[in-house]
Design a protein around this ligand. Structure first.
Ligand SMILES: Cc1cc2nc3c(=O)[nH]c(=O)nc-3n(C[C@H](O)[C@H](O)[C@H](O)COP(=O)(O)OP(=O)(O)OC[C@H]3O[C@@H](n4cnc5c(N)ncnc54)[C@H](O)[C@@H]3O)c2cc1C
Length: 318
């Protein structure tokens, strides 16, 4: 049966949930705790536990902790979720969330189907790719999207960092202490914070290639080099590197509701201040939404709000 097609109740997924929450980052986990405290029969579906917080070495701005490592904060979130009788299924992405029978059908990449009277999308963001030859083949073989997580693996080596914003500059600032040499390649001039730009410019083991584009990442089994081109002179350069850190921003994981809910020009799910999307019963929270300021505390707060609103919506249904 086609996605989104109405079907008789008898063919619906076996169990009827009050609420399906998609995403196991700060927004989704907080929504789950709030849903459980309202005694909703909720299901949390997520690819992984923790989302972007797993990639964060040190957090100094989540209230209650002066400093905490990302994975440690996630362990604490997880312990809190486990205190409640919630159903949690991880390891498989939800590929579509469509309106059906007055509720929502969630279909996973592993072929399962779940149905809920209401749903919250809290699927966060993922790193943007360069889309150049060699990138796909060498992913995890020297091409990485998280310098903060993988940087130490490249100690004493030559690396390239791609990007000119805060993520790339933070990566460069971190890597100057570890790498033999860093090539910072950006299609624009640097756009990050002035303090970071000054620090990175002062590093003796870093060379900048501003207004250069990446043409190719070379290597057979592992990254061996990078080919770049000056956008003005069109001159090409090849550098030997063992690692390429792609730090060119994040894109929202909103594909599962494409054509269902309204997205903005960045692909974020449009929500109002009650976390309502354009579809009644479908809520969204955290980095995947149009809400500005992508931070853990913001995502957690938005997750709480979304669950409380979903609860009100369900009360009105019954
Ligand atoms: C390197 C780095 C450092 C950061 N440092 C800080 C910091 O110091 N302080 C701070 O406040 N913020 C920081 N942030 C931002 C912060 O991590 C995010 O704002 C926050 O994690 C957003 O939470 P979220 O739950 O909305 O999304 P995410 O954390 O992105 O979680 C999304 C979840 O959804 C799951 N998912 C995605 N797609 C699907 C799908 N189709 N089906 C099922 N599950 C899916 C993912 O597996 C994940 O579990 C940092 C971010 C990065 C990248």
């Amino acid at each position: 049966m086609d996605k989104g097609e109405a079907r008789p109740l008898t063919q619906r997924a076996e169990k009827v949930y009050d609420l399906i929450i998609v995403g196991g980052g700060p927004a989704g986990m907080t929504a789950a705790v709030y849903a459980a405290r309202k005694k909703l029969d909720a299901l949390l579906l997520s690819k992984d536990v923790g989302g972007q917080v797993n990639w964060t070495l040190g957090i100094e701005n989540y209230m209650g902790y002066q400093f905490i490592e990302g994975p440690e904060l996630i362990r604490k979130f997880e312990e809190q979720v486990k205190q409640f009788p919630l159903e949690v299924k991880t390891g498989s992405a939800v590929i579509s969330l469509s309106k059906n029978d007055g509720g929502f059908d969630a279909k996973t990449e592993s072929g399962e189907s779940y149905w809920g009277k209401a749903a919250i999308v809290a699927t966060g963001k993922r790193p943007r790719q360069l889309n150049v030859p060699g990138e796909e083949k060498l992913k995890g073989r020297g091409v990485t999207y998280c310098a903060i997580c993988d940087g130490p693996l490249f100690s004493g080596m030559k690396v390239a960092i791609i990007g000119g914003g805060n993520s790339a500059l933070e990566a460069a600032d971190d890597m100057v202490k570890m790498a033999e040499h860093i090539y910072l390649v950006s299609v624009t001039q640097l756009t990050g914070d002035a303090v970071l730009i000054d620090r990175v410019k002062a590093a003796s083991n870093l060379t900048m290639f501003l207004e250069y584009e990446v043409l190719e990442i070379t290597g057979d089994k592992l990254v061996g080099g990078i080919k770049i081109r000056d956008l003005k002179s069109k001159q090409e350069k090849v550098m030997e590197v063992s690692g390429v850190f792609v730090e060119i921003g994040l894109i929202p994981n909103s594909d599962l509701v494409k054509g269902v809910a309204t997205l903005n020009r960045l692909g974020e799910i449009e929500v109002n201040c009650n976390n309502e999307t354009s579809i009644p019963g479908l809520f969204a929270a955290g980095d995947v939404t149009s809400v500005p300021e992508k931070q853990i505390v913001v995502a957690a707060g938005e997750g709480a709000k979304a669950a409380l609103r979903a609860h009100r919506y369900l009360q009105r249904l019954s």
